[in-house]
Write a protein that binds this ligand. Structure first.
Ligand SMILES: NC(=O)c1ccc[n+]([C@@H]2O[C@H](COP(=O)([O-])OP(=O)(O)OC[C@H]3O[C@@H](n4cnc5c(N)ncnc54)[C@H](OP(=O)(O)O)[C@@H]3O)[C@@H](O)[C@H]2O)c1
Length: 245
């Protein structure tokens, strides 16, 4: 299959490209650095010409009030170009529970991205993942100072980016789901506990202070960010083993 991977130079995109090509497909990575800009539409028609599938693994440059406009414009451009090129399957990567956290504008923006895809002209699949292991450092950095990191006890079920890429690649070469596949890691942690595990594994002596108002994930409560009990794919890689490597 010929697969255009927009955002194919990013954390997930670069691994998806490798997996697909190793599986005998013809996956081509696209991004502004290869001359394809989903915001302006530049290079998109050429990138999608002859593609059977388009996988959109781009991300908004910020998680703030600018993010809905980013996903609106990029999805409008993607679907218009994919429709014209006759692409038979469009795939996006969203977030488990995105619709359960209305207080977060970035999550509302991801729901908007999903809705535009569902309403568009191209048969589609949505993969919803939990937070990536590789994202934990950024989460800690938002509310850290030299002595401590403040984190809420929000429940999370993080997953290795490699496992996300595997799932996205599998969905991309299958029939369009016309629905959503949820994927998550094997373990649920309160975020403050995940922070303690992370700092300990790094030999970082700062303390984690539980603060249910701290950072972006304070807006999520209960099981909002946990994979649904029915039908979710649970990946194997454990955070404790991954961080110990
Ligand atoms: N972080 C998490 O825990 C998490 C959880 C669930 C879902 N997700 C979703 O996963 C997706 C991928 O995340 P990621 O961490 O792999 O992203 P990333 O590493 O930041 O990569 C983003 C990719 O998009 C490209 N890009 C950015 N703006 C573009 C534009 N205007 N036109 C074309 N390409 C553009 C980038 O190209 P350059 O390298 O050239 O800038 C890069 O290849 C995101 O949509 C995110 O919402 C993330």
């Amino acid at each position: 299959m010929k697969i255009a991977v927009i955002g194919g130079t990013g954390l997930i995109g670069s691994q998806v490209v490798k997996i697909l090509n190793a599986g005998g497909h013809e996956a081509v990575p696209h991004s502004p650095s290869t001359g394809v800009d989903l915001l302006s539409g530049q290079g998109l028609a050429e990138a999608l010409a002859g593609a059977d599938v388009v996988v959109n693994l781009t991300n908004s440059p910020t998680f703030d009030d600018a993010s809905p406009a980013y996903f609106q414009t990029t999805m409008d451009n993607l679907l218009a170009a994919a429709g014209s090129a006759g692409v038979g399957h469009a795939v996006i990567l969203s977030i488990v529970g995105a619709d359960q956290v209305p207080g977060l504008v970035y999550y509302r923006a991801k729901v908007l991205q999903e809705e535009i895809l569902k309403a568009g002209p191209v048969p589609y699949s949505i993969v919803r993942s939990t937070q990536f292991f590789e994202f934990v450092d950024a989460v800690l950095s938002w509310t850290a100072d030299e002595n401590s990191v403040r984190l809420p006890a929000t429940l999370v079920q993080p997953i290795a980016a490699a496992d996300v890429a595997q799932a996205v690649a599998e969905v991309s070469v299958g029939a369009p789901l016309r629905g959503t596949r949820n994927i998550a890691g094997p373990d649920v942690f309160p975020l403050d506990e995940l922070g303690r595990i992370t700092l300990a594994a790094r030999g970082d002596r700062r303390t984690v202070v539980t603060d249910d108002t701290a950072g972006m994930f304070a807006a999520a409560s209960g099981d909002a960010l946990i994979a649904p009990k029915e039908g979710a794919m649970i990946a194997k890689t454990s955070y404790r083993e991954w961080i110990a490597r």
